[in-house]
Design a protein around this ligand. Structure first.
Ligand SMILES: [Zn+2]
Ligand SMILES: [Zn+2]
Length: 204
């Protein structure tokens, strides 16, 4: 399993599991990040942050959706109804050292980042993988967390995630994303390689 996290226009999107804290510290020290967005409440997306933020002097906001935020504050995982075997095995190993992340603010509805941060992007609610999953949508790309999973071998070959709460909601969220983006916009998943909006809608 490979855990993606991304930096774009001063936003850190996701942060990997607990063992990634040094990589995240380096980013926070060097690259002028003014905002951290956690796409959803799973250990492999927020796990590094409590330690990294303790060790660097970074004073920005961390955002997560209100439906996943309590799990993050307790150092837990947001629930998923269906889980296949592979993520269960990797979680056992990579969840080690997971601690609560207390200092975060809730995203309550879809919001633009322009007024507060001067960034032309929006946070939109894209539930399905978890109830509180969000995506960060720019003009020609989006960071989608685990809404879909990229292939590890080929670009432009997404699949539904290994684990999810509600497949119908995932499909509705893909539809919603496609109303913001044109078909050649690039989607960056939490795992695997990026793909295009049209590759995602082709799954529906
Ligand atoms: Zn997840
Ligand atoms: Zn994940």
């Amino acid at each position: 399993m490979i855990f993606n996290f991304y930096e774009s226009q001063g936003i850190l999107i996701d942060a990997g599991p607990p063992s990634y804290y040094k990589n995240v510290m380096n980013l926070l020290n060097q690259s002028g990040i003014k905002l951290i967005i956690i796409t959803h409440g799973h250990y492999d997306h927020y796990g590094s942050l409590s330690r990294a933020l303790k060790e660097v002097k970074w004073k920005g906001k961390v955002l997560a959706h209100e439906q996943d935020i309590d799990f993050i504050k307790k150092g837990q995982n947001a629930p998923v109804k269906k889980v296949s075997q592979l993520p269960k095995l990797t979680a056992k190993f990579y969840m080690k050292g997971l601690t609560p992340l207390k200092n975060i603010s809730a995203v309550k509805k879809d919001m633009s980042l322009y007024d507060d941060y001067g960034i032309e992007a929006e946070i939109i609610h894209t539930p399905g993988h978890t109830d509180g999953s969000i995506s960060v949508v720019f003009k020609d790309k989006a960071y989608i967390g685990d809404l879909l999973r990229g292939s590890f071998i080929r670009s432009n070959k997404p699949s539904y995630p290994w684990a999810y709460q509600d497949l119908e909601k995932i499909k509705a969220s893909i539809q919603k994303l496609s109303s913001f983006l044109d078909e050649d916009a690039v989607l960056y998943p939490g795992h695997g390689k990026p793909f295009k909006m049209k590759d995602a809608t082709a799954l529906l």
